[in-house]
Design a protein around this ligand. Structure first.
Ligand code: T4K
Length: 403
C-alpha cells in the first residue's frame, strides 16, 4: 500500500480510478532524496473537502462568492490593510493595477525580478525603463530613479524582491515630487512588515501573488491591496469585464476573478501561515549558521525592524573566492538531486523583447547584472526538514572543497 495513501481523499466510488490516482502519488515526490527549490504548503485535505462540500451544495462557483468575500475580509485583517481585491493570479492583478490608475507612457522598474513584472507593462502598451538595484537589498535603487524620469514617465513599479522591503519612504518622496504613481509588485511580500506596518500599505497599490510557489498559496491566485475604497470598487469592476452594474460597462475590463475553490483554500491556509513562517525562519537560521564564513559565499541580512516571511533564501557566489562558479555549483547540486534555482537569472532586460531598450544596456545595470550572475536560491519551504537543510549545506561545502 503506498505510504502516501492517507493523503488522498478516499470518497471515490470507482476502485479502479482510485487505484490509478494512487499510482500517480507513488510516481511523484515520494523520494525524500530529491529536494526541489520549493514545495507548496497545503493544509490537511479533509479540511478542504469540507469547504468543497459547501461549494457543491450552494452551486456558487465564482463571481464574488461567499468564500471570496470572506477571504477578502480575512486577508485585510490578517495583513493589516484596508481593501483587498482577489484575482485569479498575480500577473492579471498587476495588469489591472496599471489599468485602474490609467498608467501609460513610461514606467521605471527593476530588471531583477520575475518576467511577469515587466510583461504586465508590455501588455498595457507601456514602455519599461529599467533602473539598477541597490546592492544592499537588490531592490530598485532610489538614488538612480530621478535620472530616468522623462516627461513620459507616469509611474514607478518597484518589486520587494525576496520579500525584502524596498526603500518605501525615499520612493514615496520621489513620486510625490514628480507626481508619479507607485505600484509595488509585492508578489514575494505576503505578511512582511516594516516596524508594525504592513509593507503593502505603501505606494498607490500593491500586488500579491498566491501562486503555488508562494508563502501563501491558493494554487494560482493574487490580489491588489489598496487603502482606497472607491479604487477597490473600480478594480472589482475591471476584473469582471468592466461591469459596474448589470447594464454599465465602465471600461474594457478583463476576467481576473478568483473562484470559490481558490478562495476556500485561502481561508484554510490563513490558519497555518504563522506556524509555517516560524518553520521557514528556523531553516533560514540553520542556513545562516552552517554557511557563515564560507569564503566567496554571501547572503542578504535579516534587515533590522523587518518582520520577514522567509519566502526565499538566496545565496551569492563569488567564483574567484568560492572555488567554482555559480553555474558549476548549480550543476553539481542538481547531480545530487538538489534542484536549486537561479532567481533572477537571466535579468528581464536580457530577454529578446526587452534587450533593445536603451535602459536595458548592461552597463546601465551593473549591480543587477552582478547579482544575476551570482545568485542561487536554496530550497525553502515549511516542510523542508532539518536533515535535508543540513544535507544541502554539507553538499555546498563538499563541492567547494573538491574543486
Ligand atoms: N511578480 C513577481 C515578482 C513574481 O515572482 C511572480 C511570480 C509574479 C509577479 C507573477 O505572479 P503569478 O501570476 O505567478 O501569480 C515560478 C512561479 O511560476 C511564479 O509564480 C513565480 N513568480 C516565480 C518566481 O517562480 P517557475 O518557472 O520557477 O516555476 P516552476 O514551475 O519551475 O516551479 C518552481 C519549483 O516549484 C519547481 O521546482 C517545483 C515546485 N513546484 C511548482 C509548482 C507549480 C511544486 O512543487 N508544485 C507546483 O505546483 O516560476
Amino acid at each position: 500500500m503506498p505510504k502516501s495513501e492517507n493523503h488522498l481523499y478516499s470518497g471515490s466510488q470507482n476502485a479502479a480510478e482510485f487505484a490509478r490516482l494512487l499510482s500517480l502519488l507513488d510516481q511523484d515526490g515520494a523520494d525524500n532524496r530529491q529536494i526541489l527549490v520549493t514545495r507548496p504548503d497545503l493544509p490537511p485535505l479533509s479540511e478542504f473537502v469540507e469547504y468543497l462540500e459547501v461549494i457543491w451544495h450552494r452551486r456558487w462557483l465564482t463571481n464574488n462568492g461567499l468564500f471570496h468575500q470572506q477571504l477578502e475580509q480575512a486577508l485585510a485583517e490578517f495583513l493589516g490593510v484596508k481593501q483587498v481585491s482577489l484575482f485569479s493570479n498575480g500577473t492579471l492583478a498587476l495588469m489591472v493595477a496599471l489599468q485602474v490608475l490609467r498608467i501609460g507612457g513610461e514606467v521605471i522598474t527593476t530588471p531583477y525580478s520575475f518576467v511577469a513584472t515587466t510583461h504586465a507593462l508590455s501588455w498595457n502598451g507601456i514602455k519599461p525603463v529599467f533602473c539598477d538595484v541597490d546592492p544592499a537589498t537588490l531592490n530598485l535603487d532610489p538614488s538612480k530613479i530621478e535620472a530616468l524620469i522623462t516627461p513620459q514617465t507616469s509611474a514607478i513599479m518597484p518589486v520587494h524582491v525576496y520579500g525584502n522591503p524596498c526603500a518605501v519612504d525615499k520612493i514615496g518622496r520621489i513620486a510625490d515630487t514628480y507626481g508619479l504613481k507607485v505600484i509595488y509588485d509585492a508578489a514575494h511580500a505576503f505578511g512582511v512588515k516594516t516596524g508594525q506596518n504592513s509593507v503593502l500599505n505603501y505606494g498607490d497599490l500593491s500586488v500579491l501573488s498566491f501562486h503555488a510557489t508562494k508563502v501563501f498559496t491558493t494554487m494560482e491566485g493574487g490580489a491588489i491591496v489598496t487603502n482606497d475604497e472607491k479604487l477597490k470598487n473600480r478594480i472589482d469592476f475591471l476584473k469582471n469585464f468592466g461591469f459596474a452594474d448589470e447594464v454599465t460597462v465602465m471600461a474594457p475590463g478583463i476576467n481576473g476573478k478568483m473562484n470559490e475553490m481558490q478562495a476556500a483554500l485561502g481561508l484554510i491556509q490563513l490558519k497555518y501561515v504563522e506556524e509555517r513562517r516560524r518553520r521557514r525562519e528556523n531553516i533560514a537560521t540553520l542556513y545562516r549558521e552552517r554557511l557563515a564564513g564560507i569564503s566567496g559565499l554571501s547572503f542578504l541580512p535579516d534587515f533590522p525592524g523587518v518582520e520577514h516571511n522567509y519566502a526565499y533564501f538566496p545565496i551569492f557566489i563569488d567564483d574567484s573566492r568560492f572555488g567554482c562558479s555559480r553555474d558549476e555549483l548549480y550543476t553539481f547540486l542538481k547531480a545530487d538531486e538538489i534542484f536549486v534555482r537561479r532567481y533572477f537569472y537571466p535579468l528581464i532586460s536580457h530577454f529578446p523583447m526587452y534587450r533593445g531598450l536603451p535602459s536595458a544596456a548592461p552597463e546601465n545595470l551593473p549591480v543587477a547584472e552582478a547579482a544575476a550572475g551570482r545568485v542561487i536560491c536554496l530550497p525553502m519551504y515549511a516542510e523542508l526538514t532539518q536533515n535535508q537543510a543540513e544535507r544541502i549545506c554539507r553538499r555546498i561545502d563538499e563541492i567547494r572543497n573538491k574543486k
